[in-house]
Design a protein around this ligand. Structure first.
Ligand SMILES: *[C@@H]1O[C@H](CO)[C@@H](O)[C@H](O)[C@H]1NC(C)=O
Ligand SMILES: *[C@@H]1O[C@H](CO)[C@@H](O)[C@H](O)[C@H]1NC(C)=O
Ligand SMILES: CC(=O)N[C@H]1CO[C@H](CO)[C@@H](O)[C@@H]1O
Length: 484
């Protein structure tokens, strides 16, 4: 297996070859601008609309069948909303009495000791790809403290793919001892001693996206291993699913799909271990995951992998705007990990990236070398008012479109502080935007409102009927509105 470890070297994953994509690298998908052909011996294979990957040409690994996003979206029904929200209200009533750490909810859904609010933290992938080790992860954990992020609620320090040895030992996953000289359990202890939580990664297939052991058919032993190491969060990917686990076309009820069954097996396994582990489904928005996600995990990815581009941010927002009714306590649409600090996003684009992930209540997992963040970028990720909206323990719903436009620009929602409006300017020039109070649910014409800027933390004045302001290109207006 040593030679395989070289072939599948995760360091290679991080490089985006100009001419040809490297082994296991991305080679296509919505808004992908890199290479679309693979190095010799690998073939570019379609995984979903957002992600094609270079897999070995001779590989017997079969990727999951993918319902087209267009099909799945158009057939999304309001039934799913009713199901998921009734699941939530049933289970939330049991929360207060659910204090035993091993108590699973009656429905068999995800545990309720964790995951009420969208996760706030960091993950290795967007910063380092597979080129990870203990030092880099501890640096991020220490930066949470030195930069004041821990005090603002950032808590999860998550390991993505490429932490394991290529082969199981006695049926169990084993950490790569070079990358993790103290094992994952040693790292977990250090991170817990800092007052933070630690996440890990596996895959609902035979192997992970980078070729390391997957958890399909090993759900129980892997959940026990993770719990024993002190893991607090699991990201569960969707690569290398064997063909007998393919979904067979479209289902009227996607809880009958193989996808559901693969992910639900891990729910059952996690519910049986002593440690509460937050469960992040990562099946890239396939199989209408938002309709069954609340019964299975605490969050579910809505797209393929993010990229450090404005086009990805715009597409993730535009897509998720259609599914915000599925978001609530213990269940969150995941727009994928943050790209703040990566690429050449403008500060306006960074503001919109952060604001939209916050007001749509997506998990916010930073994905960069935190020590390299600029003061302006830090100010965005430390915005206390957006973080308060994201982490509001009283109001679980996302801000939603109150006025339908294409692309979707106008959102409103409620928090413990009052009503909020968020307006994104998706186009390429600044323009004046107006909040007409009678259009916003909860507000009315003929009432005087105090309008407060969530970016600067300052009051903008008292207004009746409407409030207007200039919104820069790709920027987001974010205001709190309370009765004057
Ligand atoms: C499973 O899905 C893959 C990828 O879509 C496809 O190539 C393969 O033919 C499918 N296998 C079966 C048995 O349906
Ligand atoms: C992790 O990688 C960095 C950068 O390559 C290196 O400086 C550090 O010593 C490595 N740590 C471990 C534990 O391998
Ligand atoms: C939300 C917003 O302000 N959108 C505007 C962005 O700028 C263009 C002009 O280029 C306007 O047409 C949009 O209405």
């Amino acid at each position: 297996m040593k030679s395989l470890a070289v072939v599948f070297s995760c360091a290679a994953l991080f490089e985006v070859a100009i001419a040809q994509a490297s082994a296991w690298a991305q080679c296509g998908g919505v808004s992908w601008t890199g290479a679309t052909t693979c190095v010799t011996g690998y073939t570019c294979s379609y995984l979903n609309a957002y992600y094609s990957q270079c897999i070995p040409s001779t590989s017997t690994v079969v990727t999951t069948s993918v319902a087209s996003t267009t099909t799945t979206r158009s057939s999304s029904s309001s039934t799913g909303v009713v199901t998921s929200s009734s699941t939530r209200s049933t289970t939330s009533t049991t929360v207060s009495s659910t204090t035993s750490s091993s108590t699973a909810v009656a429905s068999g859904g995800p545990r309720k000791e964790v995951g009420k609010l969208p996760a706030l933290g960091w993950n290795t992938w967007n910063a380092y790809g597979g080129d990870i080790n203990e030092t880099k992860i501890l640096n991020a954990a220490n930066a949470f403290i030195s930069l004041g992020l821990k005090d603002l609620g950032y808590e999860y320090v998550n390991i993505d793919d490429c932490w394991a040895q290529m082969a199981r030992v006695d049926g169990k996953m084993v950490p790569d001892a070079t990358k993790f000289p103290n094992g994952i359990s040693g790292l977990a202890t250090t991170i817990h001693n800092l007052g933070l939580k630690i996440g890990i990664y596996s895959d609902a297939g035979l192997t992970t996206c980078s070729g390391f052991p997957g958890s399909l058919n090993y759900e129980t032993v892997d959940a026990e291993t993770f719990s024993g190491w002190g893991i607090d969060y699991l990201k569960y990917d969707n690569c290398n699913v064997p063909s007998e686990w393919n979904d067979s076309g479209n289902y009227a009820d996607w809880t009958l799909s193989k996808s559901y069954e693969r992910y639900k097996r891990m729910t059952t396994a996690l519910n049986a271990v002593s440690r509460p582990i937050q469960y992040a489904i990562c099946n890239w928005g396939n199989a209408q995951v938002w309709t069954w996600g609340p019964q299975v995990g605490h969050s579910w990815r809505m797209t393929g992998d993010s990229s450090e581009t404005w086009s990805y941010i715009q597409s993730a927002i535009t897509n998720n705007a259609n599914y915000l009714d599925y978001v609530g306590f213990y269940g969150h649409n995941d727009m994928d990990m943050m790209e703040i600090g990566n690429g050449d996003l403008t500060i306006a684009e960074i503001r919109t990236h952060f604001a939209a992930w916050a007001f749509m209540k997506s998990p916010i997992l930073l994905g960069t070398d935190l020590s390299a963040l600029t003061a302006a970028e830090l100010a965005v990720i430390k915005n206390t008012e957006l973080l308060a909206f994201h982490q509001d323990a009283t109001y679980g719903a996302a801000a939603k479109q109150y006025k339908v436009t294409s692309p979707p620009e106008y959102y409103s929602g409620q928090s413990s502080k009052g009503y909020h409006v968020f307006i994104i300017n998706f186009t390429s020039a600044a323009s004046t935007r107006t909040i007409t109070f009678s259009e916003v649910p909860g507000l009315a014409a003929g009432v005087s409102y105090k309008v407060h800027d969530m970016w600067t933390g300052s009051d903008l004045g008292t207004f009746t009927g409407s409030y207007s302001a200039s919104v820069a290109s790709h920027d987001t207006l974010a205001v709190l509105i309370t009765t004057a």
